[in-house]
Ligand binder design. Sequence first.
Ligand code: TMP
Length: 209
Amino acid sequence: MGKGLFITFEGIDGSGKTTQLNKVKTFLETKGYNVITTREPGAMELGKKIREILLHYEGEVSDKSEMFLFLADRAQHVEKLIKPAIEEGKIVLCDRHTDSTIAYQGYGRGQDINILKDLNRIAVNGIIPDLTLLFDVSLETSQNRVGDEKDRMESSGIEFLKKVRNGYLELLKEHPRRIKIINANNNIETVFEETKTVIEKTLQEKLGV
Ligand code: TMP
């Protein structure tokens, strides 16, 4: 059985990361890899209910409560889906993961970053991405791509989004080996070329192919 790989896709709303994730899936499958795609929040049955609250609940959600909901989703997701899939030798492509919590709840909402790191550690129980692709996009492009129909998180305003983007850039400085930045302002194919180059380098480094 081959060694599994865990790759996460990060970026502010409208960065185009989900489109790239699907293109990477096809690319890797063509090369013969066993790939699964998943996301946070909302991959598991429990997570779907949590996602519904996080994105569409119209009542009050305190910042701390929001933080725990994202982490509850992650704990279930890692234990029941991500960890077993990696152990089965699959390549797991995950749309958002721990860095989203640091960027959004930490830098964005102002929750204590060190506490968030501890909570993330509890939620993932030793499972850490082999590679994180950070799709960096300007606030303007992000806003244009998201459009007018915004969910609860997307309605947090431009100042919030700015803090989240800066948070991601801080994370990039902190984890230069794990996190690789991709210029996501370009068109889909150009972004994919850049993405593919990074993925191929990781396959070489981690799987020796
Ligand atoms: P998505 O639209 O990319 O699926 O992400 C859902 C929203 O949830 C998005 O606005 C980012 C936000 N989010 C957090 O604030 N913290 C987290 O830990 C995660 C996973 C997502």
